[in-house]
Design a protein around this ligand. Structure first.
Ligand SMILES: Cc1cc2nc3c(=O)[nH]c(=O)nc-3n(C[C@H](O)[C@H](O)[C@H](O)COP(=O)(O)OP(=O)(O)OC[C@H]3O[C@@H](n4cnc5c(N)ncnc54)[C@H](O)[C@@H]3O)c2cc1C
Length: 401
């Protein structure tokens, strides 16, 4: 039988779980908080495997949680980095157009950005080339000076250290199996808590279902591959993105400048076959394969939200030459021979709305007095983590106390 009763048990030590713990510690200094994670340390999944871009908040419609938290989130992470002496590459970003239709979409992105309080503006092609000499764009580009890059692991480690120093307890390699009343049952024994906050990323839907939530959704994991450009770090000096298809949540193959100036292209959005399908047989899970493949097959046949076209297009990116060719459209002079190997991939914990048969674009929070479930914390949830955690704590975890 568990002896200690925690006020809050957080499942998942990704950026969302850590940010929720940080806010709770701030709002309830005397509360006892436990974080459980099935991995040996922080950052094993999305939070440690992403592009590290602090987004500027111009992709999202004004009614979304993403729009509400991205600008403020980027600001607060940069402030956290300043206080902790964590490097930030303030390299900025260009979104480039290929034709007239994409110029119209750039207008839409500028409009969304302005509504969301993001510092963005349309510039002409000549000005775009002043910022990034090798870039190709049709007539206009969207310029975002505030887009920046970080090493996400730096931030996760600093958060973990702060939380440990503030008395938050961690148990790693403790996998949530199921619950019975207030007791959480893991492979490392039982833990009792007044309130459970599910921040389990790729498994958040399963944990939610164990508590009777998340019934409208199912998980479709999408794999993001990156290719490193190993030639000159100066061949691209800022983040360069294509205009995305606004009907789905992915941004298209782009150039990212990492915090140390390294250039990489990606990420892809290839449908994965199980949740942690990072490589061919990595953490193979037959049950997940059947469930996810079945769902993907139905989406493929029905071509819901253009899934068939998306899947076929994304699968082509396993072909290096094709992948590089997409990047060359943005920066034609980039040397195709300068690309090295595929680097550490990430997998998006993307939810499908089972009834509407569409990918859920925004973050989802469900729960009651005893359990709160953070679902669909997809990009840019890393950027949004601090204000989103504040929202979750005030509006859900502590509401009514
Ligand atoms: C390829 C890619 C690129 C991205 N790029 C960006 C970007 O540039 N900028 C940006 O802002 N966002 C980006 N994102 C999104 C961002 O990384 C995620 O939104 C964010 O990391 C989600 O954090 P999380 O804490 O919800 O999930 P995670 O980081 O996945 O954390 C969940 C944790 O829960 C644990 N867990 C799972 N199941 C259990 C269980 N049963 N028991 C115990 N523990 C469990 C896991 O081990 C994990 O540590 C990207 C994501 C991907 C995949």
């Amino acid at each position: 039988m568990p002896s200690k009763i925690f006020d809050h048990i957080i499942i998942g030590a990704g950026v969302i779980g850590l940010a929720v713990a940080r806010t709770l510690r701030h709002l309830r200094p005397d509360a006892s908080i436990l974080i459980l994670d099935k991995e040996p340390d922080v950052g094993a999944h999305s939070s440690g495997r992403n592009s590290g871009v602090l987004h500027a908040g111009f992709y999202y419609t004004a009614d979304s949680l993403k729009a509400r938290f991205t600008v403020q989130g980027s600001r607060s992470i940069r402030e956290f980095c300043r206080v902790k002496n964590i490097p930030v590459n303030r390299c900025g970003k260009l979104v480039v157009a290929m034709d007239e239709a994409e110029v119209q979409l750039l207008n839409e992105l500028e409009h969304r950005g302005q509504r969301n309080g993001s510092n963005v503006r349309l510039i002409d092609a000549a000005e775009a080339r002043e910022y990034e000499p090798g870039v190709a764009t049709y007539k206009k580009a969207l310029y975002s000076p505030d887009t920046a890059s970080v090493d996400p692991l730096d931030i996760l480690v600093a958060l973990k250290d702060d939380l440990m120093n503030a008395g938050v307890e961690f148990v790693f390699e403790a996998r949530f199996i199921h619950h019975q009343g207030e007791t959480v049952i893991t492979n490392q024994g039982e833990f009792k808590g007044g309130k459970i906050i599910n921040c389990a990323g790729l498994y958040a839907d399963q944990v939610a279902r164990d508590y009777g939530f998340g019934k409208a959704y199912t998980m479709i994991p999408f794999k993001g591959l990156y290719l490193k450009y190993a030639k000159n770090k100066t061949d691209v000096t800022m983040n360069v993105y294509p205009v995305p298809n606004l009907k789905n949540p992915f941004l298209g193959v782009h150039f990212t400048k990492t915090v140390d100036g390294t250039i990489k292209i990606g990420p892809t959005a290839i449908p994965a076959f199980w949740r942690e399908n990072y490589a061919l047989t990595h953490r193979f899970n037959a049950g997940e394969l059947l469930e996810i493949l079945g769902e993907e097959a139905r989406l493929f046949m029905g071509n819901n939200f253009g899934f068939r076209d998306l899947a076929l297009e994304e699968m082509r990116k396993y072909d290096r030459a094709y992948f590089i060719n997409l990047a060359q459209k943005l920066v034609p002079g980039i040397d195709p021979g300068g690309f090295g190997e595929f680097t550490r991939p990430g997998i998006r914990a993307q939810l499908l709305d089972k009834h509407r048969r569409t990918l859920v674009q925004d973050f989802v929070v469900e729960g009651d007095r005893t359990s709160i479930h953070i679902l669909n914390a997809v990009s840019p949830a890393f950027t949004c983590a601090f204000p989103f955690a504040d929202f979750v704590c005030r509006e859900y975890v502590l509401k009514g106390e």
